[in-house]
Design a protein around this ligand. Structure first.
Ligand SMILES: [Zn+2]
Length: 477
């Protein structure tokens, strides 16, 4: 009898734990799990990657598409990640791919930028595990991925599952205009072995650090982020602070007052948490680095260029991307204003909160003057250039991209705040975050939140700004 009772109890415990497990799995926000192990140093890394994907797309899915961004650093790449000659070039060499333990067919397509993996027909809501072995060669350069001096930047180095939309996987090519990335959120478990004296900044939270004969082996995890990046440099120093449950880490080489620089980040976090919704991740790293642009956003980590013209502006802009690109994803290839415009506008909003209305007005005037001049030049020269904000980065020069995705769209958001009032505008943005958290949003999702918060239709104003019309006088209307 006693034995039987124990047996029944055991069965009950098993049933309860199964339900607990199911509950936990159902609570997952992301349907992709990457497990990546990296060894090597300097320029060459050997990587093993298992990617578990739940088919949330369609019944009988028969292939998967992974982006191989690292191949844009090849010397012979058609769609290059660089505009000038590099000291040395980079690439990714896929050595093996298997699916659920079986060898499978795979092909490199579209100038080696896409890995197409054939899979046995996969029913909807079923999962599949793709295991790959590959070698990544880092270029010597100060672009997103590469080695410069003692610093190693591992960004976009791994095969990343493409976004599935309109019944197929998106196959976008690399370009040096804007940010040619588009991704779902995913969960990451990343292990890297690096030289003993390394300082390592990453998108994840350190779980375990072990000394091995080959160096230090660190294991990180991260949940629901859009990409994973690692920066290694033995010379980095770190200053730490906290906002809510988030540890903010500022990595730098030289700074007369690192506390003051960190404060820009803490203030920005605090304002955006309050107005747009709480940052949901345990860490955020701000990493000073030799970088060709002012900065770059990644999951829970941002680059800030050592030679940025305005460190405060860059830190705040890149942190704003944690909301506009990170928490709420968007198509930065075809609708860059959704992340760049909102990141620029949020930086102005930070100025308003920290320094007052005058600083907001002055910063907006500088942006609007520069855009207005651009628009006037187009008119004067009768270029008939399409002035729509919502243009693909493939159709733009870097100058046009900056004018439309950054400046004109910042003017639009400022005009919306002016028209709706600050409280309603912020309510719209916080609802946009709440209702699109870990998803991919589009302009309609944003317009819908603006309309709801405003209490009447403001879509016409947004569409007017997004469209081709000249906007020079609109702000004063
Ligand atoms: Zn940006």
């Amino acid at each position: 009898m006693k034995k039987k009772l124990v047996f029944i109890m055991l069965i009950l415990v098993l049933i309860i734990s199964l339900f607990a497990c199911k509950d936990k799995m159902d609570q997952k926000n992301s349907h992709i799990d990457y497990n990546i192990t990296i060894t090597g140093q300097n320029n060459v890394y050997t990587v093993e990657q298992s990617t578990t994907i739940k088919n949330v797309y369609k019944d009988d899915l028969d292939h998967l598409i992974f982006n191989l961004y690292a191949n844009a650093y090849r010397e012979d790449a058609e769609n290059k990640a660089y505009t000038a000659k590099l000291t040395s070039y980079g690439q990714i060499d896929i050595e093996s791919v298997s699916v659920d333990g079986q060898n499978c067919k795979y092909e490199l397509e579209q100038d080696n930028s896409i890995l197409n993996v054939a899979i046995p027909a996969l029913a909807i809501n079923k999962s599949i595990c793709v295991v790959m072995a590959y070698q990544v060669t880092l270029p010597e350069c100060n672009i997103r991925m590469g080695v410069s001096g003692d610093c190693t930047k591992l960004a976009n180095f791994y095969p990343q599952l493409a976004v599935y939309e309109n019944d197929s996987f998106r196959c976008d090519v690399y370009t040096t205009i804007g940010d040619p990335f588009y991704s779902n959120t995913a969960n990451y478990e990343v292990t890297i072995t690096a030289p003993q004296d390394s300082v390592i900044a990453s998108s994840g939270v350190l779980q375990k650090s072990t000394e091995t004969p080959d160096g230090i082996e660190n294991k990180y995890i991260a949940k629901d982020i859009r990409d994973f990046v690692i920066v290694i440099d033995k010379n980095l120093l770190v200053e730490k602070g906290n906002i809510g449950d988030t540890e903010v880490l500022y990595y730098y080489y030289e700074d007369q007052d690192p506390q003051a620089t960190l404060k820009y980040a803490l203030d920005a976090m605090s304002i955006f948490n309050d107005k747009y919704g709480a940052y949901p991740y345990p860490t955020l790293s701000i990493v000073m680095t030799d970088f060709e642009s002012a900065g770059m956003e990644y999951g829970c980590l941002v680059y800030v260029a050592l030679d940025t013209m305005n460190i405060e502006d860059t830190i705040v802009h890149e942190i704003a991307h944690q909301w506009w690109y990170g928490i709420v994803g968007s198509d930065s290839i075809n609708h860059a204003f959704l992340d760049e415009g909102l990141a620029c506008f949020s930086t102005l909003y930070y100025y308003k909160q920290i320094y007052g209305q005058e600083k907001f007005d002055d910063s907006l005037k500088a942006i609007s003057d520069s855009y207005t001049l651009y628009e006037r030049i187009q008119k004067m020269r009768k270029t008939e250039e399409d002035l729509s904000i919502n243009r693909s980065i493939y159709d733009l020069t870097q100058y046009q991209y900056e004018m439309l995705a950054y400046r004109k769209s910042t003017m639009m958001f400022a005009h919306l705040m002016q028209t709706m009032g600050e409280a309603k505008f912020n309510k719209a943005l916080s609802n946009y975050v709440k209702n699109n958290r870990y998803k991919i949003a589009n302009a309609n999702a944003l317009i819908s939140e603006l309309n709801k918060a405003y209490g009447s239709d403001i879509g016409g104003l947004v569409k007017g700004w997004l469209g081709n019309g000249a906007r020079v006088t609109m702000m004063s209307n």
